[in-house]
Each structure stands twice: as structure tokens, then as C-alpha cells.
Design a binder for this molecule. Structure first.
Ligand code: AMP
Length: 546
């Protein structure tokens, strides 16, 4: 027997409609790419999104077409985002940090019809313009006064387009399973692959993000997504915030410690989210200036493992609750968040940190398990580690145009490529990417745990660990560190610091000091580049074993 309830399609337009109707006055504050702080409201975003949809329709964009954006988090990006999705087209967020060849590949592969971008990306787009013949025109996210000089053809000014319309536009009649968003994963092997979100998957994910043990936004909150909209939907925040009626604070292009602090402070931000590198910069600024963050309640940290020392500093020195999160583009992107279970709040501080360094528990809508190399499920004892497998309604079923072939096993599980433990209370801990794990004497060493332990050293800013070929053990860990400015840590002091914090046989065989560690376009340590750089590196222990 079928239920007798209304068939109300789960579309992302219903989110911005709700925000306009019930939170129309709530602010969206932006540090604009042009410089000044700009203030608007959900009612106005809704109106200008409809005007965007009208303008795009006039430019010939049709339902199902791909329209790319290359933009920082700003109110205009949000207007374009809802305008594109609202007319039934697909908003393809481009990561400006990609190389020109990758952008060319992605734009052509997706068959983007228009590219909408910030003034700061004119040179990036100009560099690829001759290689993307399907793109019909370029829309620059600014007003007439700030339109830059460009040699691009068919260029439009976003504000001019929007202001020429009356907003009298009905959202497209879409099926909830229709595509509305596209984001390519910057895979380290092969070509980037497109994850194609549906209206339904995004709405379900926004609801899950807003549950109290997840990001859990409320209308009284002010949320600052520092994580970019081009990095997997700003972790659902551009959907979750309007659904809750929370104020949004958009940091634009300025993500240094001082700029982030200024917005957190002046806009009384209660919740914020970003990758660890952003928080390193903020904590550096706070340490230097002695500033505090009384309004801030919650910091969501994900994208890479949050080091224990970072969690400790936020919680102990700034009284901010850290929510460690794990996810990936293919998961819309959140999989787990580290909210405490009953009784954990009363544990001693160090025990609480032991829990917080784990990546957290699966949010509702995500199923999760770990398996061995033969696909056999491993125990959830917090010790065994294996391939992390997930499934759920906001998890990719395949990549755009079937790239990469079949990505689910016969029971619908997606192999994340991460290696993790799961404990009896459901807390998951990433030990590595499957390809980064160090295989020593038939056992696995977690590069992430070594990195997190090393950055606890007071003179280390960042650490990376890679496996180096070893004649006896197959591989042994090499620790690569960036010292803090004006300090000179030694190999001995670093290893002495790590002693007792990790298993003896996990101790790095050598430590090298570098000025900089390379990062991927989404802020992760570029292990591939490091492996390349150190491919001929000889560990002292290797010479001894030969
Ligand atoms: P992306 O699709 O670019 O968001 O990258 C997803 C990958 O980032 C995951 O498969 C993990 O390897 C890594 N990742 C994300 N969050 C975390 C975290 N909290 N700790 C460790 N690794 C993470």
C-alpha cells in the first residue's frame, strides 16, 4: 500500500524559497573581490537569482545545460548558483587552483556553455579561452564600474545582466532526481572525474548537515563558510544556511588569518568551516595579536586530518568546540562529524581530545563499513584498519559520462580510497589514503598519525610523511617538516618529541627540513609530488641494512 502524503519534490529552489519567505530579512555579508564589505538579504538573493535565471534564459541557456562558475564565496556567486540551478541548468563549480590543462579538460568534458567568474580570474580564463570552443560566452561577477579590460570575446557584466531583468520568473519544473550541480574530483591519477549532484541529493544532504550532531545550523547562527563553494558545495553550507535561516558571512578572496579574524569578530560569527591550513593561519594571527573569539562556538575542520594540537588550542585557549569532519566530493561531501555521545563531555580533557582527533560518526544518510583486501568486513574495534566503504542517497553512483567505469560494488558500496578504523561507538578514524599508507614489514604505518604527532612539536608548522623504499622493510617513513619561522628544530629533538606518542616501530627513519610542502588544489598535501621529489632519497637505515 502506498502512503497518502504529498509528492513534494526535493529541489534546491525550495531551500531558497523557504529562506526568502521565512528569513527574508536575514543577512548575507560578503567581503567583495572589489574590496568593500557588502550586505544583502535572502529576499534579495532570491530576487537576483531569479533575474540571473531570466538573463541566462535570454542568453540561450537551456534546462540541463552546464554553466560553470569560477568564483570565491560571495553573494554574487550565491545568486549565480541558485539562478543556474533554479532554471534547471547545472552549476559546475571550477576550482581556480587547477592547472590550465586540467581546466581545459574539465570545461570541455563537462561541455560548459557559459563561464561566470570573478574579476580576479580573468587571466586564468584568458589562458584557456582558445582551448574551450564550446563555451559561448563569459559573465564577469561584478558591476559596470569594475568591469576589467579583457581580450575575451562575448563578455557580459553580471550586474548589468541581472539589473536588466524584472525577476518575474518561475523556477524550472524539474524532477528532484535531475542534476543541479557538478564538481570534479582532482584525482591524483588519471583525469579528473565529475560528480553530478541531483536536487534530491543536495536537499537530503543539507537536511543531514543541519542535524544537531552535524553542522546543526539555527536561524540565530552566523555561519562563515571559508571552505569554498567550488570545494564540494562549501560542505553543504550554501544549502544548509538558507534552509535554517542562518546569517551567512562570505570571506571572498581573503583567507589570511587577519582577514578571517576580522570577519569572525565584526560579524559575530558563531560557526565556521575550513581545511586545517586556514585554521593554522588564523591561530597564528590570534597568537600574535592576543585576540579572542567570544562569539565563536563551533569550528568545523575537515578536508585533511585536524592535528591534535590544533583541536587542543581551539578548545583550551579559545573555548571553541571543534567538530572534526571527514568527507569527499563523491559524498556531497560530508560523511562523518565528531559530535560527542552521552557522557563524553564529562571525560578528562586529554580523553576528549583522543575522541576529537578521530574523524567522527556517520551522519544519518551515510552507511559505512571497513573491509579487508578481499572485501570481508572488519571488526569495529577501533584497532583493525581497512578500506572505508560508504553508501547513501547523497553518495555518487557513477562519474559523469561513466568515466572510471563501475564505481560501486554489487551491494552498492563505494570504496572511498581511504583506510580507516571504526570503533564500537561508531567513531571512524582515517589512518591514510590507501595509496599513501606506508607498508613496513607487511604491516601498515599511518602517515597521517605520524604527521599529526610531528606538528604537535612547538617548532613545526607542517609535516608530511611518505614511504621510502627500504631493502629490509619494503618501506620506511620519512618525515618532511616545515619549521616555524626563526626556529631551527633538529632531527633529534623532533624524534625525541614523538617518542612515546607512537608505536616504536612507527618512528620515522629520517627527518628532512624544507621551506614549503606542496599542496593540491583543495589544500591537501601533495604526496605524489613529494614522492617524486624524494624518489632517490636514501634513508640512513637503508644503507645500514644493505
Ligand atoms: P575531496 O574530494 O577533495 O574533498 O577529498 C576527499 C579526501 O580528503 C578524502 O577521501 C580523505 O582522504 C581526505 N579527507 C577529508 N577529510 C579528512 C579528514 N578529516 N581527515 C583526513 N582526511 C580527510
Amino acid at each position: 500500500m502506498k502512503g497518502l502524503m504529498q509528492d513534494w519534490p526535493l529541489t534546491v529552489m525550495s531551500i531558497i524559497d523557504h529562506a526568502k519567505r521565512f528569513h527574508g530579512e536575514r543577512e548575507v555579508v560578503t567581503r567583495t573581490v572589489e574590496g568593500p564589505i557588502h550586505r544583502t538579504t535572502y529576499a534579495d538573493i532570491h530576487l537576483r537569482a531569479r533575474k540571473t535565471a531570466q538573463a541566462l534564459t535570454k542568453l540561450g541557456v537551456k534546462q540541463g545545460d552546464m554553466v560553470a562558475t569560477m568564483a570565491w564565496n560571495t553573494y554574487r556567486h550565491m545568486e549565480a548558483w541558485y539562478g543556474i540551478m533554479g532554471m534547471g541548468a547545472v552549476c559546475h563549480t571550477l576550482n581556480p587552483r587547477l592547472f590550465a590543462e586540467q581546466l581545459t579538460y574539465i570545461i570541455n568534458h563537462a561541455e560548459d556553455k557559459f563561464i561566470i567568474f570573478d574579476t580576479s580570474f580573468v587571466p586564468v580564463i584568458e589562458a584557456v579561452a582558445d582551448t574551450i570552443p564550446n563555451v559561448k560566452g563569459f559573465i564577469i561577477l561584478t558591476d559596470k564600474a569594475h568591469m576589467p579590460e579583457t581580450k575575451l570575446k562575448n563578455v557580459y557584466c553580471f550586474d548589468d545582466l541581472v539589473e536588466a531583468e524584472d525577476g518575474n520568473f518561475d523556477w524550472a519544473d524539474v524532477d528532484e532526481n535531475d542534476a543541479c550541480g557538478l564538481c570534479y574530483t582532482s584525482g591524483t591519477t588519471g583525469n579528473p572525474k565529475g560528480v553530478l549532484y541531483s536536487h534530491r541529493s543536495n536537499v537530503l544532504h543539507a537536511l543531514a548537515a543541519n542535524s544537531a550532531d552535524a553542522i546543526g545550523l539555527r536561524s540565530v547562527d552566523a555561519i562563515m563558510p571559508v571552505v569554498p563553494m567550488f570545494h564540494a558545495n562549501a560542505w553543504a553550507i550554501t544549502f544548509a544556511a538558507p534552509a535554517a535561516g542562518a546569517k551567512i558571512v562570505m570571506p571572498g578572496a581573503q583567507m589570511d588569518g587577519a582577514s578571517i579574524y576580522e570577519l569572525l569578530d565584526t560579524e559575530q560569527v558563531t560557526t565556521t568551516a575550513a581545511v586545517p591550513t586556514v585554521w593554522l593561519m588564523l591561530l597564528g594571527h590570534l597568537e600574535k595579536t592576543g585576540a579572542k573569539l567570544p562569539a565563536l562556538n563551533k569550528v568545523v575542520i575537515g578536508g585533511s586530518a585536524a592535528p591534535r594540537s590544533m583541536i587542543e588550542t581551539f578548545e583550551r585557549d579559545y573555548d571553541v568546540t571543534v567538530m572534526h569532519a571527514w568527507g569527499m566530493t563523491e559524498l556531497s561531501p560530508m560523511g562523518t562529524l565528531g559530535a560527542f555521545k552521552a557522557g563524553m563531555e564529562d571525560l578528562p580533557f586529554e580523553k576528549k581530545l583522543d575522541i576529537k582527533v578521530k574523524q567522527g560518526r556517520a551522519i544519518y544518510t551515510v552507511e559505512m563499513k571497513i573491509t579487508d583486501d578481499d572485501g570481508k568486513e572488519l571488526p569495529n574495534d577501533g584497532v583493525a584498519f581497512g578500506h572505508l566503504m560508504v553508501r547513501g542517497p547523497a553518495v555518487a553512483a557513477s562519474y559523469l559520462k561513466g568515466e572510471g567505469g563501475q564505481i560501486l560494488d554489487e551491494d552498492g558500496w563505494f570504496d572511498t580510497g581511504d583506510v580507516a578504523t571504526l570503533d564500537p561507538l561508531g567513531f571512524m578514524q582515517i589512518t591514510d589514503r590507501a595509496k599513501d599508507v606506508i607498508k613496513s614489514g607487511g604491516e601498515w604505518i599511518s602517515s597521517i598519525e605520524l604527521e599529526n604527532t610531528a606538528v604537535g612539536h612547538p617548532e613545526i608548522v607542517e609535516a608530511a610523511v611518505i614511504g621510502i623504499v627500504h631493502p629490509k622493510w619494503d618501506e620506511r617513513p620519512l618525515l618532511i617538516v616545515v619549521p616555524k619561522p626563526d626556529t631551527k628544530p633538529t632531527k633529534e629533538s623532533v624524534l625525541a618529541f614523538m617518542e612515546g606518542k607512537i608505536a616504536k616501530w612507527w618512528m620515522p627513519d629520517d627527518v628532512v627540513f624544507v621551506d614549503e610542502i606542496p599542496h593540491t588544489a583543495t589544500g591537501k598535501i601533495q604526496k605524489l609530488a613529494l614522492r617524486e621529489k624524494f624518489k632517490d632519497y636514501k634513508l640512513p637505515s637503508a644503507s645500514a641494512a644493505e
